[in-house]
Design a protein around this ligand. Structure first.
Ligand code: AMP
Length: 285
């Protein structure tokens, strides 16, 4: 695996790869890698000849400075995991490389209300910052394939929207959520959970399964409220429980009118914010 820290060096290396007609698969991450991230590398290897993983903790997508400060960092272990997964290139830029003075990295897009619910409501500015870094990284890496996880459902929906609006020459591939054996969605932030908080966190996946069983036979409003209460009773502080259309992200009232339906949950366990989602109907691919 080759390590790059500078945009100019990475760009010239990848230009040569392109000249050799190598397809590039790109996996952006914020590090503290786990099996979920590694599954994206493996997915990338199915599509690309050269896999590029970036590790960059993007300050602009953190709406909470404490979360940024406490975000887990372990570059040595990350590099080892990527090496084991046969990732070809690791890109670890610093803030100056991603946001050089004088470069306009702002995003001006009509987001069609995709950012006005769920994560967008509870994390103001998060998606704007996320789209800025994804656009900047796409400009640098110029990949044929961008691999992202279903775990961040609203995130990849917005990225797909940006790709469509700006006609970016990249295909987005979405890979399924990897879970711990007990169902907890893998997340870098899980490292910060103590034993009780981790156990409480299991209520999220259980609730998603409950929603999947009952969404066609119960009132959606009632079901969402019921799950909010279950999460509270499990020691969590839920922010939202929403059953939404998989494309528009608008709330579903009549499931029979939608082809693709997703249930999404965000909840705090102690000082750690967890998100998860489950497809209830159809597929978004
Ligand atoms: P992050 O490092 O959390 O910014 O995530 C980088 C990428 O990994 C994003 O596309 C996430 O959706 C994806 N990802 C995070 N957790 C998982 C998981 N448990 N399973 C699959 N993909 C994941």
């Amino acid at each position: 695996m080759q390590l790059f820290s500078f945009v100019s060096n990475l760009k010239s290396f990848l230009q040569d790869e392109k000249k050799s007609r190598h397809k590039i698969a790109f996996i952006p991450t914020m590090g503290a890698l786990h099996a979920g991230h590694i599954s994206l590398i493996e997915e990338g290897k199915k599509y690309g000849d050269t896999t590029v993983c970036s590790i960059y903790i993007n300050p602009r997508q953190f709406n909470n400075s404490e979360d940024l400060k406490k975000y887990p960092r372990n570059l040595e272990n990350d590099a080892r995991l990527l090496e084991q997964a046969n990732c070809d290139i690791l890109f670890v830029p610093d803030d100056q490389e991603i946001y050089p003075i004088g470069l306009d990295t702002s995003i001006r897009l009509d987001l069609k209300d995709l950012d006005n619910s769920m994560e967008g409501l509870f994390r103001p500015g998060h998606f704007n910052g996320m789209l800025q870094v994804v656009k900047r990284l796409l400009d640098v890496v110029n990949p044929d394939f961008l691999i992202m996880g279903q775990k961040d459902f609203q995130q990849f929906t917005l990225v797909q929207h940006m790709i469509n609006q700006l006609h970016l020459p990249v295909k987005l591939i979405v890979a399924p959520t990897i879970r711990e054996p007990d169902g907890l969605a893998m997340s870098s932030r899980n490292q910060r959970l103590n034993a009780i908080e981790r156990k409480n966190g299991l209520a999220i996946y259980k609730s998603l399964l409950h929603l999947k069983t009952h969404f066609e036979s119960s009132s959606i409003d009632l079901l969402e409220n019921q799950v909010m209460n279950t999460l509270k009773d499990s020691g969590l502080r839920p922010e939202y429980v929403e059953i939404v259309d998989g494309l528009s992200l608008q709330r579903v009232i009549h499931p029979e009118l939608h082809n693709c339906i997703i249930a999404c949950i965000a909840a705090w366990s102690g000082e750690v914010r967890l998100i998860d989602n489950l497809i209830l109907k159809g597929a978004f691919k």
